[in-house]
Ligand binder design. Structure first.
Ligand code: C5P
Length: 262
């Protein structure tokens, strides 16, 4: 049974030292490729992982994989000693999120996502649980990343949701909230990376979905950028799903993106 969660306000960090630096440094940042395992069956997921073996990518396990065949997939990744991202996008009351993170942390989980719109206390609960559970297991704590504004949302969608200001303004405000709650970084579009890094420091992770190599379909993504744009902006990670997973040759697609990145 997980321990009862009592939220300690001291856990909120208001005095983050973090390098509040310029993004000029971003030219030196190595942008890593995260591949979203967004396929409907474990057989397809296993095949994708095997196809990409030996290529420098990190896998992302999201809703489709986790709800469809999560235990099999996590077992496979763990048996391969892979570090991966759990894109669970938690959004609930702090106690529930704390308990969920406690249950999710296990060897191999390097990054884990929550929604910044869950609020400061929920973000702090997630970060606290990740650190506590990792310490109990004697493993490195996963970085908790806060999703700011989904890259599928355009200005019109934000207005409908009652979020004043543009995506950039909202992302920067939510990034500061996540930083103060001791999250390791945020998920945002490439267009927001520079503002977030200059407000929160270069060490604060920026992971960007909505990546479309030239010529690939946008799908439901709205605020998109190329891998080269992401690297130039100083993104630490890019997440790519369909342009790799739906390509006839996923390994070649991944290699082409890595070539553009580094
Ligand atoms: O296929 P595509 O490249 O659009 O996949 C993007 C992946 O990144 C999906 O798994 C999606 O759930 C995830 N993601 C996103 N936007 C966020 C957070 C995660 O697109 N803000």
């Amino acid at each position: 049974m997980s321990p009862p969660f009592t939220f300690s306000p001291n856990f909120l960090r208001k005095d983050v030292a973090g390098a509040r630096g310029s993004v000029a440094k971003s030219a030196r940042v190595k942008t890593r490729l995260v591949v979203a395992i967004d396929v409907p069956t474990f057989v397809r997921a296993k095949h994708l992982i095997e196809t990409l073996a030996g290529i420098d990518v990190t896998f992302k396990v999201g809703y489709e994989a986790l709800y469809g065949y999560g235990p099999d997939l996590l077992g496979l990744l763990e048996s391969r000693g892979a570090a991966y991202m759990l894109d669970v996008k938690l959004h609930d009351i702090p106690r529930t999120v704390h308990a969920a993170v406690h249950a999710l942390v296990r060897p191999g989980v390097a990054l884990l996502t929550v929604h910044a719109l869950g609020g400061a206390e929920m973000l702090a609960a997630a970060a606290e649980a990740a650190a506590e559970r990792a310490a109990e297991l004697g493993i490195p704590a996963p970085g908790v990343l806060a999703i700011t504004i989904l890259t599928s949302l355009a200005a019109k969608d934000l207005r409908e949701l009652g979020l004043g200001g543009g995506a950039g303004e909202n992302a920067s405000r939510l990034a500061a909230l996540a930083r103060d709650a001791r999250c390791a970084g945020i998920v945002c579009s490439v267009a927001e990376v520079a503002a977030v890094k200059s407000a929160c420091g270069d060490a604060f992770i920026a992971l960007c979905p909505g990546i479309r190599p030239g010529g690939s379909a946008h799908g439901d993504q709205r605020r998109i950028a190329t891998p080269g744009d992401a690297r130039a902006a100083g993104a630490d990670y890019i997440v790519v799903g369909r342009p790799i997973v739906e390509d006839a040759d996923p390994a070649a697609a991944a290699r082409a993106i890595l070539a553009e990145l580094n």
